[in-house]
Design a protein around this ligand. Structure first.
Ligand SMILES: Nc1nc2c(ncn2[C@@H]2O[C@H](COP(=O)(O)OP(=O)(O)OP(=O)(O)O)[C@@H](O)[C@H]2O)c(=O)[nH]1
Ligand SMILES: [Mg+2]
Length: 377
């Protein structure tokens, strides 16, 4: 048996890594027997995602996956870890405690989806911001790179950095669901190798189901992994249809609201932003362009929500309104002179532009991460 066969079982799907089986169509890895001969063999689910853009979501066992991750860590210094985070959901997609899993193996932080930032963004500032955040989160990284796997931005530098730090090790690509792990590896395969391979990607979280080993020129592997599911990301809680609304697909067009204290913004019926106290100031919303924002008076907000949830205030639609957890209210004090964003994981952020401080209340589905951070832009 060659090393490659040993590591990449021939009986696993080349798109998502699931073990192939011909018995149960509704279980991961199902492939009709006659399709088994195709080379490379991909499961029916991957086939459907690629050709019809539809696929049932499949839950994988997170504990199994976390155990797998910690096995990477137990072999000290034998792997190079690329930790991908989504710039649109930075705090939501960062793996806190990654160090615990990966032991002494070097980690490089790759911040993906930079194409979503407005065209006029100052990227030096963003790089500094990422460095500072990573440090504050206690992440020990050998390097940081900003890229867009979709738009092929930052790849020359990314490759140079990988070349500098990898030193002949296998590369594990890890991250939360939907951050673009498989898209990034596909980009590397397509533009920087002669391999004829393609990993399955989709706009829904939970696409990759098991490890997928892809051979590198030096006999080592780059390994795609399933995403870690964090229920603190709004994007994990909404329906697939609503995900299409809250997840930006093109560069953000921030919208600016001049508010007086006592005014409220509704972001569909996904979240609510109350300006409770402070001088008149402007707030810049960095949210998917497809999500409707509705302004009202704070004193009328409860009533408006009760009456128009799922109608004027949507998504979610009336039919799906009860599938999201009820809102939790987060009281947030923005200090005088601070440059801050109110961040809602999976939804985006609201930049507070005033210097005079503010008292805010943010209502978001229970469990969703809401926090105040240094402003990104
Ligand atoms: N805007 C933008 N979208 C991206 C980028 N990279 C990936 N995506 C999109 O993000 C979604 C998820 O991409 P995947 O590559 O499947 O993500 P993943 O991390 O492998 O996801 P799992 O396998 O579910 O863990 C897809 O809709 C991609 O098109 C990027 O650089 N910019
Ligand atoms: Mg994937």
């Amino acid at each position: 048996m060659t090393e490659q066969q040993e590591r990449t079982p021939v009986n696993s799907c080349a798109g998502c890594g699931a073990a192939l089986q011909t018995e149960a169509p509704d279980r991961p890895g199902y492939i009709p027997a006659k399709a088994l001969e195709r080379e490379p063999a991909i499961c029916q689910r991957c086939f459907r995602i690629r050709n019809y853009n539809d696929a049932a979501s499949v839950a994988i066992d997170q504990d199994d996956f976390l155990r797998m991750l910690s096995r990477i860590g137990s072999s000290a210094d034998s792997s190079f870890i690329i930790h991908i985070v989504d710039l649109f959901d930075f705090e939501g997609s960062l793996i806190s405690g990654l160090q615990r899993f990966v032991g002494n193996n070097p980690v490089m932080l790759v911040v993906n989806k930079v194409d979503l930032l407005p065209k006029v963004t100052n990227f030096n500032r963003v790089t500094n911001w990422v460095q500072k955040q990573a440090k504050e989160q206690g992440l020990k990284v050998v390097d940081i790179a900003l890229v867009s796997a979709r738009k092929n931005q930052g790849f020359e530098r990314l490759l140079a950095k990988i070349g500098e730090h990898r030193r002949g090790r296998d590369i594990y690509v890890v991250g939360a669901t939907n951050v673009g792990k498989s898209t990034l590896i596909n980009r590397l395969i397509r533009d920087y190798s002669d391999l004829d391979r393609e990993l399955t990607t989709s706009r829904y979280p939970g696409t990759t189901l098991d490890l997928v080993h892809i051979p590198l020129d030096d006999g080592k592997y780059i390994i795609d992994t399933p995403g870690i599911v964090y229920p603190s990301r709004l994007s994990e809680l909404v329906t697939r249809q609503d995900l299409g609304v809250i997840m930006p697909d093109r560069p953000l067009k921030p919208s600016v609201y001049q508010l007086n204290a006592g005014q409220t913004l509704f972001f569909g019926a996904m979240a609510r932003f109350d300006f409770v106290q402070g001088e008149r100031q402007s707030f810049t919303c960095y949210l998917s362009n497809a999500l409707g924002i509705h302004r009202t008076k704070l004193e009328k907000a409860d009533e408006l929500y009760a009456e128009h949830r799922g109608g004027l205030l949507a998504p979610p639609s009336r039919k799906h309104a009860d599938e999201l957890p009820p809102w939790t209210k987060h009281d947030i004090r923005v200090p005088r002179g601070a440059r801050c964003d109110v961040f809602v994981s999976g939804l985006g952020w609201i930049k507070v532009n005033g210097d005079s401080g503010a008292l805010l209340s943010v209502h978001a589905p229970k469990g969703v991460k809401v926090l105040l951070r240094d402003s990104l832009i």
